[in-house]
Design a protein around this ligand. Structure first.
Ligand SMILES: [Zn+2]
Ligand SMILES: [Zn+2]
Length: 358
């Protein structure tokens, strides 16, 4: 079968790779109907060697598909079921799964990242025709019947990561009814954080970014105000919208050390920052601790436990209250999937996120 592999920094390739096999009775094999490239995959593309990626590593952790085969102990899904896999494998039984912290599962791991994979066999990436899913009962979620057609994949696929990560960020920012939420960052997670905030009865949703095309998409997804921070200081708008008090909620959705500073500066006393950017991989974020202290600010968040949010997100998607598909600006055949990395890495005008279809 074909799959995308890391060859070297700046070089991904579609190659023939071995078909996955059932290795444990709790495994399932999924035939991928659509996968997507993530901002975190770009970190592999740009700095894979520094992160310990060997040439030939299979990549991809966002995919939906049909169950092709199940091991003898799998009970919750069967051959032919349309399923979605969160990017993190989880057992559903350990103490942290019990707390809803599925990305801290004691038995879990992440697709497409050898450093977070302890499931044996070759590391399986989701940007492939087939993928082995360990701990299938704990990991996979059946796609609701109304969304199970392959034509719905662009709507369901973002729930594997970016839509659920956005919802996590907004939830951790503790939005108050009638309040104001600021979202820092106009990548897929930032855009979908503005989208997710529409579910929380916000008086205003302010999206900050650097790209006018993406800010335009953010307004279509639900942001009531956008600021290109290259051109305008967002503090004035925050003051105007909140009578100088600051916002109740801020979502930090970008991988930069500086963004946390703005999120905390925008807060009112008692406000909360939901933190879902990956600053931690790029050095310590620039947090004004004195200001956070004096404001009694809450800072929480982290790697999104996608599985926790799916029961809330499926009905919103089915009812049409959310539709994250606009962030998938490109959909390439798997054979051309490697070029999706250069499209995303170069931030080609009009691009946010690339899907690949086997
Ligand atoms: Zn992702
Ligand atoms: Zn677990």
């Amino acid at each position: 079968m074909q799959g995308i592999v890391y060859r070297a920094d700046g070089e991904m390739q579609v190659e023939s790779v071995p078909d996955p096999e059932i290795l444990e009775p709790t495994d399932a094999i999924v035939r991928v109907t659509k996968a997507s490239i993530c901002g975190s995959d770009l970190h592999i593309y740009n700095h894979g060697e520094a992160f310990g990626f060997e040439p030939g590593c299979r990549v991809g952790h966002e995919f939906v598909g049909d169950v092709a085969e199940v091991g003898s102990e799998v009970r919750s899904v069967a051959r032919g079921d349309k399923v979605l896999s969160p990017f993190w494998i989880s057992c559903g039984d350990c103490i942290f799964c019990g707390k809803g912290l599925y990305t801290s599962c004691l038995n879990g791991g992440c697709f497409g990242f050898p450093g977070f994979w302890n499931a044996g066999g070759a590391v399986q990436g989701g940007q492939s025709e087939y993928v082995r899913v360990p701990l299938a009962d704990g990991t996979l979620d059946r796609v609701p019947e109304a969304l199970a057609d392959d034509g719905d994949d662009a709507r369901t696929l973002p729930l594997t990561d970016v839509m659920a990560t956005a919802y996590h960020g907004v939830s951790e920012a503790r939005p108050q009814p009638g309040g104001v939420t600021v979202v820092v960052g106009d990548g897929a997670v930032g855009l979908l954080s503005a989208h997710a905030a529409t579910l929380f009865d916000q008086r205003a949703i302010v999206l900050l970014g650097h790209h006018d095309d993406r800010l335009g998409m953010g307004r279509r997804l639900g942001a009531t105000h956008t600021v290109n921070t290259d051109e305008q200081d967002p503090a004035e708008l925050v003051t105007e919208l909140t009578g100088g008090l600051g916002v109740e909620s801020a979502v930090c959705a970008i991988a930069s050390p500086e963004t946390m500073r703005f999120a905390i500066e925008a807060l009112q006393p008692g406000g909360a920052v939901g933190w879902v950017g990956m600053e931690v991989f790029f050095g310590a974020p620039d947090i004004p601790w004195d200001m956070a202290y004096l404001k009694n600010a809450t800072i929480s968040g982290g790697v999104a436990p996608v599985k926790r949010y799916l029961p809330a997100l499926w009905p919103h998607l089915e009812a049409g209250r959310i539709d994250p598909s606009p962030v998938l600006t490109h959909d390439l055949p798997l054979a051309d999937g490697a070029s999706g990395y250069s499209i995303m890495a170069s931030r080609e005008e009009g691009s946010v996120k690339v899907a690949v279809t086997p």
